[in-house]
Design a protein around this ligand. Structure first.
Ligand code: MOS
Length: 696
């Protein structure tokens, strides 16, 4: 690649359209004869629909149809049971979509949905995860395909023999994704072909699932996601909205638009599972870890197993001769949990990185130094050398930038008037994976190029990054490159998820550009269009199985009001090692966005579930609190100039998730330093601080 566009801070290509409101999202495409759908949620937790009374709704002005299990078009057994909506009368969780009202206006659809009467036979339910839940079991594996449990050495003996030990249980509540654009779809059928404009993180899997559910050849389904207003994992697979919209459009034989409301996002689209994590750590007098154990409990639904990999983070993070990790799961009468930014790594890091802070205190060793002392060269889990592991460099550079040196470890030692001041640190890691992708690139006679790839830009700058990569791979200024993404008619490419979009797509983009340059060098005519394509399936599959991770370290300074327990961050600073950075502007936003979400998790976010009701009682942004600017005065993200030639042709590791991973632990560790109160159950609310250690 010639030096050029990669590494330069370009604004998003579609930035002007977005800020002027002309960029089109899923329900914003003008559609002739369009109708509107509104979902009806179940108002029992577990049971069976015994009667649907749609008469009043159907008599309401503008209402065209009420779809429910008794009349909705049939779907084939699909890849996920939870997508086979309106196919049978069973209710598996409160809020499950049990009917859709279609009307000529949005208002009429909403009004109609209020008028649908459902009767149920309801049974007993269990919706709260506890450490001794009778339903706990050992899943066969955890996401995406990790072993459920691992063991090396003799943890119990190693732990018992160690001079310094920590045994603590950490809890995280359910967290809800709430992207700015909700799950939303416009669907239309034309001559047996289905066209959907849908808000998702990857149209290929949505296309494949819809084809299966509606028993169509894949080419009869087209899914477009040109602009997507966030997803954070919640749109990483086919979800209820697109299935229901396609079903409704088929039923009324007209185009249908359906957007979930903010409230309807709290549950049915998936959420981050609550966790209960017991972490035991032991070290010798020098702070060398001798025994590490992480036992994680999380939940799934009764309709599909979703086994989050909470303790997997601990397997490769720090070395010790005696190690064990386990996962147990309870099937509850709840919606199926799903991906949320760094699923597994993020809650798992809250557990392990909090416990490391507790161990540092128990051992009398600085927490930065404790992590440096236990940094492995070889992956403790796989026994292979990391392609690159620059956690120590992140910790050192972070400590220097933050001004960590000389920190007095004594809790409650710093005070500024009413404010108790404390600092904390945590480490972060996230796998640097890539998936097969394809792309084509066309040279036009006028000297411009068209890149086609079914990548998805979920708001993070993926489109711009691919455009930069293509320009360099072609050896031309980026202004001569045009890019098309977000359409299943384009060459197939994987989902924008798992921090692997840029790694996967750029691989195919670079190979396609190389192939095109080869054709042009070999004398292909330049007075017509010349196209070349690439598919990286074999190359990606043939890559040696070396452990690949991005790393980071977050540093936090908090102040805690000694009278009220109110927590504010003076500073949140992260240093990351994530391979090559394609675009500093969008990369910085990704890292800061991740850290902000981690701060939100630390201080505010909590799905509060009422067992009697069988659902979260806070499901809007008035009651489910998220962080705001007033919570933090300064957020900084830095990255090392990391080169790792064993990753992928662009040398990138992915930056979507690493920012969040350790942030909540860093905040909790800083709060402990400020107050002497160790919060082992997020969020860190003031009621947990006041009165616990005589703060007031
Ligand atoms: Mo992200 S949770 O992998 O979309």
């Amino acid at each position: 690649m010639s030096a050029g566009a990669v590494g330069r801070a370009y604004p998003r290509l579609e930035g002007r359209e977005k800020v002027t409101g002309t960029a089109r999202y899923a329900v914003e495409y003008p559609t002739d004869g369009v109708t509107y759908g509104w979902v009806v949620p179940a108002d029992v937790v577990r049971g069976r629909i015994t009667r649907v009374d749609a008469d009043e709704a159907l008599a309401s002005p503008g209402v065209l149809a009420v779809l429910h299990h008794g009349n909705a078009p049939r779907m084939a057994p699909g890849p996920a049971a939870e997508l086979r909506l309106l196919q049978d009368p069973m209710v598996h969780y409160r809020g499950q979509f049990v009917a859709v009202v279609v009307a000529t206006s949005l208002e009429a659809a909403r009004e109609g949905a209020q008028l649908v009467r459902m009767e149920y036979d309801a049974g007993p339910h269990t919706t709260v995860l506890t450490a001794d839940h009778p339903g706990l079991y050992r899943p066969d594996h955890v996401n995406p395909h990790y072993p459920t449990d691992t063991a090396e050495g003799d943890f119990d003996a190693g732990y018992a023999a160690a001079p310094v030990r920590v045994d603590a249980t950490y809890r995280t509540p359910a967290y809800h994704n709430s992207p700015m654009e909700p799950h939303a779809t416009t669907a239309r059928w034309d001559d047996g072909r289905l066209l959907v404009h849908d808000s998702n993180q990857g149209t290929a899997s949505v296309q494949a699932t819809l084809a299966e559910l509606f028993e169509l050849p894949r080419e009869s389904v087209r899914v477009v996601a040109e602009h997507v207003g966030g997803g954070f994992g919640s749109k990483g697979f086919t979800k209820a909205a697109v299935v229901l919209t396609a079903l409704a459009a088929r039923h009324v034989d007209r185009p249908v638009k359906l957007a979930l409301t903010r409230q309807q996002l709290f549950g049915p689209i998936g959420y981050r599972t609550p966790t209960i994590q017991r972490v035991r750590l032991a070290c010798d007098a020098d702070g060398r870890l001798t025994a590490v154990c992480h036992d994680a409990i999380s939940q799934t639904s009764t309709i599909r197993e979703f086994a989050e990999q909470t303790a997997v983070y601990t397997r490769s993070m720090y070395a010790a001769p005696h190690r064990r990790t386990t996962h147990r799961l309870a099937r509850l009468d709840v919606p199926t949990p799903f991906w949320m930014r760094a699923p597994g790594e993020c809650p798992g890091a809250y557990g392990l990185e909090s416990a490391m802070d507790e161990l540092a205190i128990a051992a009398g060793i600085d927490p930065v130094e404790l992590r440096i002392r236990n940094d492995p060269r070889v992956d403790p889990d796989q026994g292979e050398a990391f392609t690159s592991r620059n956690l120590v460099a992140c910790l050192r550079e972070g400590a220097q930038r933050f001004g960590w040196t000389g920190r007095d470890p004594t809790p409650r030692a710093r005070r500024d008037g009413r404010w108790l001041i404390g600092t904390g640190v945590a480490a972060s890691a996230y796998p640097a994976r890539a998936r097969p992708s394809s792309a084509t690139v066309t040279a036009r006679p006028d000297g411009t190029f068209l890149l086609r790839i079914n990548a998805t830009d979920i708001g993070n700058g993926g489109r711009t990054a691919m455009w930069q990569v293509a320009a360099d791979a072609l050896g031309v200024p980026p202004e001569r490159v045009e890019i098309r993404i977000g359409d299943s008619d384009l060459p197939e490419a994987p989902v924008a998820g798992g921090s692997m979009g840029t790694a996967s797509w750029s691989w195919a983009v670079i190979r396609a550009c190389e192939a095109l340059r080869g054709k042009l060098r070999d004398g292909a005519p330049t007075d017509t269009e010349v196209t070349a394509g690439a598919d990286t399936s074999e190359e990606v599959a043939g890559q040696p199985a070396r452990p690949r991770y991005a790393y980071g370290a977050q540093f936090v300074e908090v102040r805690v009001d000694a009278d009220t327990g109110e927590v504010r961050l003076n500073r949140l600073l992260g240093v990351f090692a994530a391979g090559r950075v394609v675009n500093p502007t969008t990369a910085r936003s990704q890292l800061i966005g991740g850290m902000t979400m981690g701060l939100s998790m630390a201080l505010h976010e909590e799905g509060v579930l009422d067992e009697r009701y069988g659902d979260w009682v806070n499901h809007d942004l008035a009651t489910y609190h998220i962080t705001g600017c007033a919570d933090v005065e300064s957020i900084e993200a830095y990255w090392l100039d990391e080169r790792d030639d064993e990753l992928n042709p662009a040398g990138v590791k992915g930056i979507g998730e690493i920012g969040i991973v350790g942030t909540a632990a860093a905040v909790a560790n800083a709060v402990h330093h400020a107050t002497g109160v160790r919060i082992r159950e997020l969020p860190i609310r003031l009621d947990k601080l006041v009165g616990v250690s005589g703060l007031a």
